[in-house]
Design a protein around this ligand. Structure first.
Ligand code: KIV
Ligand code: NA
Length: 264
């Protein structure tokens, strides 16, 4: 099979085919996930928590992200490679240009940034200069201290309406993918129906165009706790490649996430 691109993911949305994505941080896991048929791999700044043992993602640097992006990109052949811009690496447009370039040159195919309306100009400027962007709305972990904890977002009607409007703004700015994290399932569905780009959910219900999991959660090796929205696919399979194949088929058949994994 050929290299997966954002055009392919868009076609999957249009054809109602579910997109399965997962995080990875090194070449060995990335290679197994690629061979299992995962559609995209995210080098998430979640590496601050699952690799570095920090309490949140704020200590992660652009050098950390570029290093792990290079590791992952060496392991993959077909999978789309998404890389996270870490905390405060895109506070201004100029910072975004410098730091996004580092991730693209390390092997990312598209970079991800957390935020709504305030990011619109930065996104448009990056896309103009040849850097594709994935958005991220809902529980954006770089803002955990503003939220006062890792809490489900968009539960109030006005907050939900605001998030739908922001999703549209991001799409108009040129975002080609949109991650939705920890929001009520109905809001995940509403945003997915509103935008024409693919939405990738984590704790955002079963109606987003795709799903993403942190690999440590999907394989039951998280050092802290198992989030409500995740599932350990390794216990059912006993083999890492088979676990990821099961994850992909459960997503594609609409069995994951189940009712126990969603927020109302
Ligand atoms: O850093 C990360 O792993 C993420 C996903 C949870 C979407 O941003
Ligand atoms: Na992230």
């Amino acid at each position: 099979m050929a290299k997966i691109t954002t055009s392919r993911l868009l076609k999957m949305k249009e054809q109602g085919e579910k997109i399965s994505t997962i995080t990875a941080y090194d070449a060995s896991f990335a290679k197994i996930f690629d061979q299992a048929g995962i559609h995209a791999i995210l080098i998430g700044d979640s590496l601050g928590m699952v690799l570095q043992g920090e309490n949140d993602t704020l200590p992660v640097t652009i050098e950390d992200m570029a290093y792990h992006t290079r590791c992952v990109s060496r392991g993959v052949e077909e999978t789309l490679v998404i890389s996270d811009m870490p905390f405060m690496s895109y506070a201004t447009k100029e910072q975004a240009f410098v730091n996004a370039s580092k991730l693209m040159q390390a092997g990312a195919n598209i970079i991800k940034m957390e935020g709504g309306s305030w990011l619109v100009d930065t996104i448009a400027a990056l896309v103009e200069r040849g850097i594709p962007v994935c958005g991220h709305l809902g529980l954006t972990p770089q803002s955990v201290h503003v939220f006062g904890g890792f809490k489900v977002q968009g539960r109030e009607h006005d907050k939900a309406q605001q998030m739908i409007a922001q999703a549209k703004e991001l799409e108009q700015a040129g975002v080609q993918l949109l991650v939705l994290e920890c929001i009520p399932a109905e809001l995940g569905k509403a945003i997915t129906e509103t935008v024409s780009i693919p939405t990738i959910g984590i704790g955002a219900g079963k109606d987003t165009d795709g799903q993403i999991l942190v690999m440590h959660d999907a394989l039951g090796i998280s050092c802290s706790y198992m989030p409500k929205f995740s599932r350990n696919f390794l216990v059912d399979t006993g083999d890492i490649k088979k676990a990821i194949e099961l994850y992909i088929s459960e997503v594609s058949e609409g069995n994951f996430p189940g009712p126990e994994h969603i927020f109302k």
